[in-house]
Write a protein that binds this ligand. Structure first.
Ligand code: PGA
Length: 250
C-alpha cells in the first residue's frame, strides 16, 4: 500500500512574510491529516523559515527545488545536499522541465544530482515529461522511459520509498490543460514497468508516482482514483492554503 504524497512546488514565488502565513494556514487546515504525506518545496531563501514552522510533523516533508552535485567549494550560486540537510530538507525536486528547458538540465546532470542527494539521505523527486510535439508524435512512452533510465542509471535502491517520480507532461504545466487521468495512468504504468525492469518488481510496487500539470482541487480526485497515480506535484494551486489543503484532503 503506497501512502499518497501531495507535493507543493512553489517555484520562484513568495516573500518570507507571505510564506509564513501560507504554511501556518496550511498546517491548520491539514492538522488532522495523518494518512498521507505532504511535501512543501519553497525557494531556497525560505527553507529555514518553513522548516521551523513544520516542526516535528513527520508526514510533512520540507523539499528544495534543485541541488548541485558537489558538497562544497567554488561553485558560485549553487546549493549542495549537505546544505539542504542543514536547513531540514528531506526531499529535493530534480530535473523539473523548467530547469531542463531554461537552465540546461539534462538526464546526465539529473543523474549526478540524484546520486549526491541520495548520498546525503535526501529523497529525490525526479521529474520526467514529454513536450507537446513529442506527445503529438506518439513518443510519450519512449521519452519518459529514456529520461527515467538516463537519470536513474547506476543507482541501487533498498526500498521504493527512497525516491519519487513525478510525471509532468510539459504541455500541461501552468497551462490549465491536464492530461486525462486515464491517459496519465497509462504513462505512469509505463514508468512503473520501466522501474520494475531496472530495479525489480518490489521496488516498482513501492515507489510513488506523482502526476503534475495544472492539478487543482477540482481535478485531483480523478487522478488519485487511478491505480498507478500515488499523488501530485502541484505548482500554481499550491500557492494558496485553501486550494492546496483541498488538494491534500481530496
Ligand atoms: P502547475 O505546475 O501545477 O502550475 O501546472 C506543476 C509543476 O510545474 O510542478
Amino acid at each position: 500500500m503506497r501512502t499518497p504524497l501531495l507535493a507543493a512546488n512553489w517555484k520562484m514565488n513568495m516573500a518570507r512574510r507571505d510564506a509564513k502565513l501560507l504554511v501556518e494556514d496550511l498546517l491548520k487546515e491539514i492538522a488532522d491529516v495523518r494518512d498521507r504525506d505532504v511535501a512543501i518545496c519553497p525557494p531556497f531563501h525560505l527553507l529555514a523559515d518553513v522548516n521551523d514552522i513544520i516542526g516535528s510533523r513527520s508526514n510533512i516533508y520540507l523539499g528544495a527545488q534543485d541541488v548541485y552535485w558537489k558538497d562544497s567549494g567554488a561553485f558560485t550560486g549553487e546549493v549542495s545536499s549537505p546544505m539542504l540537510r542543514d536547513v531540514g530538507c528531506r526531499m529535493v525536486i530534480i530535473g523539473h522541465s523548467e530547469r531542463r528547458a531554461m537552465f540546461g538540465e539534462t538526464d546526465e546532470t539529473c543523474c549526478k544530482k540524484i546520486a549526491a542527494a541520495r548520498e546525503h539521505g535526501l529523497i529525490p523527486i525526479l521529474c520526467v515529461g514529454e513536450s507537446l510535439e513529442q506527445c503529438e508524435a506518439g513518443k510519450t512512452a519512449e521519452v519518459v522511459a529514456n529520461q527515467l533510465r538516463g537519470a536513474l542509471q547506476g543507482q541501487t535502491f533498498e526500498s521504493g520509498n527512497d525516491f519519487v517520480i513525478a510525471y509532468e507532461p510539459i504541455w500541461a504545466i501552468g497551462t490549465g490543460k491536464t492530461d486525462s487521468p486515464e491517459n496519465a495512468n497509462k504513462t505512469m504504468g509505463i514508468l512503473r514497468d520501466t522501474i520494475a525492469d531496472m530495479f525489480g518488481e518490489r521496488i516498482a510496487q513501492q515507489v510513488r508516482l506523482l502526476y503534475g500539470g495544472s492539478v487543482k482541487p477540482a481535478n485531483i480526485a480523478g487522478f488519485m482514483a487511478q491505480r498507478d497515480i500515488d499523488g501530485a506535484l502541484v505548482g500554481g494551486a499550491s500557492l494558496k492554503a485553501d486550494s492546496f489543503s483541498a488538494i491534500v484532503k481530496y
